[in-house]
Design a protein around this ligand. Structure first.
Ligand code: NI
Length: 133
């Protein structure tokens, strides 16, 4: 397979994150790291299908910021058929963590997670899924 070289422009912080990723995963260099990230992304894309999966969405946010609680509630009501339960933890004075248990078509869960994680003010968001069919 032929290899193509291209230049990448990144903010300092993102470059530091990339180098941390290289260290954490014991990769040889930045090219290998980018290959790794693209592969991971393709594996996740394979979930974008009609298999029934179960999993969780973890969200961390500052409940004072924006209109975040209303947004999160509104989105979850739109997807109520795939939400099994959700639990809210008050981590400190400002920070909350919400864990939402979900089951349904992978494509739906992925869409739900994307919408929740994209809400303004979300500091961390992660979807995990396992086959449930
Ligand atoms: Ni809270």
């Amino acid at each position: 397979m032929s290899v193509v070289r291209f230049g990448v422009s990144l903010e300092h912080e993102m470059l530091e994150s990339l180098d941390d990723y290289i260290n954490d995963n014991q990769l040889a260099n930045r090219s290998q790291a980018i290959r790794h990230l693209i592969n991971n992304n393709q594996v996740e894309k394979k979930w974008q299908c009609n298999h029934i999966v179960a999993g969780s969405i973890t969200l961390v946010y500052d409940h004072h910021k924006h209109d975040i609680l209303n947004h999160l509630t509104q989105i979850q009501h739109e997807y109520q058929e795939v939400i099994l339960s959700s639990q809210h933890f008050h981590l400190n004075h400002d920070k909350c963590m919400e864990i939402i248990a979900i089951k349904g078509k992978a494509v739906m869960l992925t869409r739900l997670a994307d919408e929740l994680i994209a809400v303004k003010g979300i500091q961390h968001g992660k979807l995990t899924m396992s086959r449930a069919d």
